[in-house]
Design a protein around this ligand. Structure first.
Ligand code: AMP
Ligand code: GLY
Length: 429
């Protein structure tokens, strides 16, 4: 049997989940993760390669005879790692630089959706030099809330929902002052505020054929009841009752198919995972954002449901053979609670010893996110530290199993939301 030597790029909870799932494949040969975390080290060798240094990555690929590269996070994709590796004949799972612009440039994504009639919020785009024009436009429009979005990648910090003209003025000033943000906001998208419930659908595409893997609902705000600051995601559950079969059909017809076909027509075939962030409005589903990768923590609830061999799916994608595959999902629910460091997404302490791993039972899986190994101990090393994924035959069971196991994992300054999945329960009872 053919096996594949694989290099996985990334170091979050998402990459631990991908590594865990790839490790179940009989086709996995040697396995390397760059840079990885103590969770991924259980399945392969963690390697300290900077993800921005494509030449070093290529040398390592040659040295270790790596046959497939899987890219977890967006930054290397938006920087063009897939194009670079392909130009050196290395098979890579992840979209090209141009296709990644669906996430890398909100202006590109909005213009693309307009061109292909894909439902999304109304918008206008301004150059950072013309913030006065943006303000005039918002004043004339006179409808609040209004959404301001930095065009480029801003690590989740580039979106502002403003309730009033005063808030818009303050935000425009603060964007100008913030050095990193002003770079991402060299173009600014002003967008209609959409009312509804958010959910996301994850699609695997080889450029021609695409399949929906599954759906999930994230919890982006730091505090219970969706209060507090926006974060990378404090928890997720899957599947979500917001996405009924009929709605998924509608999402396929009005959003997913035109997106994959449209990208082909633009001569930038979409190869990899397409994360479609939706607002389910009274007028039907509309796209809030595209991402060019799995969500984190959504990946942690989706991959445990997937019955397919993930490595086979990745290889079939790079060989444009997804038409041979059907996706099989179990009929269980999953709930992921993120254990964070108190203070996240602002300031927080690191280096706190984590314990209790041995107490975790069969009803949950633990994924590492911001952790490190120090003197033989696992310590916290980031804002989002650990993920506890409970499973069950109902959403309530999955939530209970997650929270029971959350108690077993301990570290100083542990913080988590206590209401992950409750939105789904409110719908299903
Ligand atoms: P984005 O990075 O575009 O996904 O935006 C981050 C978050 O801001 C989303 O997950 C939504 O909660 C919110 N958001 C973005 N755009 C809109 C919109 N047009 N209407 C309402 N909420 C939005
Ligand atoms: N959890 C949101 C994201 O991965 O973008």
């Amino acid at each position: 049997m053919d096996t594949y030597n694989v290099l996985l790029l990334g170091n979050g909870g998402r990459e631990h989940a991908i590594a865990w799932k790839l490790n179940q494949s009989e086709k996995l040969g040697e396995f390397y993760i760059a840079p990885g975390n103590p969770g991924t080290a259980v399945y392969g060798k963690n390697v300290d390669l900077p993800l921005s240094d494509f030449d070093s990555i290529l040398s390592y690929i040659r040295e270790k005879k790596i046959e497939l590269v899987v890219v977890g996070p967006e930054a290397p994709l938006v920087d063009g790692i897939a194009d670079f590796l392909k130009s050196h004949d290395v098979p890579v799972f992840g979209p090209s630089k141009k296709a990644s612009m669906l996430e890398g440039s909100k202006e590109f994504a909005k213009d693309f959706m307009t061109k292909y009639n894909i439902p999304t919020a109304d918008y206008a785009v301004f150059d950072s030099l013309d913030f006065d024009d943006a303000l005039k436009f918002i004043q004339l429009r006179d409808s609040y809330p209004v959404v301001l979005k930095a065009d480029g990648l801003a690590a989740g910090k580039g979106v502002f929902i403003c309730q009033s003209e005063d808030e818009v003025k303050q935000r425009l000033l603060s964007i100008k002052k913030d050095k990193t943000l002003s770079e991402a906001a060299s173009r600014l998208v002003v967008e209609e505020f959409l009312e509804g419930e958010e959910a996301s659908v994850f699609v695997i595409s080889d450029g021609h054929t695409s399949h929906v893997l599954h759906n999930a609902q994230d919890h982006k705000r730091a505090g219970d009841g969706d209060t507090g600051l926006n974060t990378g995601g404090m928890g997720a559950y899957s599947p979500t009752p917001v996405i009924s079969e009929d709605l998924l059909e509608q999402v396929n017809t009005t959003i997913i198919n035109p997106t994959i076909t449209g990208m082909s027509l633009e001569e930038s075939e979409y190869v990899g995972i397409l994360y479609v962030g939706l607002m389910i409005t009274a007028d039907g589903p509309k796209v809030i954002e595209y991402n060019c990768r799995f969500g984190d923590p959504e990946c942690q609830v989706i991959l445990p449901s997937l019955e397919n061999d993930l490595l086979e799916l990745f290889v079939a994608t790079t060989e444009q053979r997804l038409d041979e595959k059907t996706i099989n999902i179990d009929n269980k629910y999953r709930c992921c609670v993120v254990l964070a460091s108190q203070g996240y997404p602002l300031e927080y302490e690191k280096g706190k010893e984590i314990s209790g791993f041995d107490n975790v039972d069969d009803e949950a899986i633990i994924f590492h996110a911001g952790t490190a190994e120090k003197d033989g101990k696992i310590v916290s090393n980031g804002g989002r530290v650990m993920n506890v994924v409970g499973s069950g035959n109902t959403l309530r069971e999955a939530i209970d199993h997650a929270y029971k196991n959350v108690e077993y994992i301990t570290f100083d300054n542990k913080y988590f939301r206590t209401d992950i999945g409750r939105k789904g329960l409110n719908r299903t009872g």
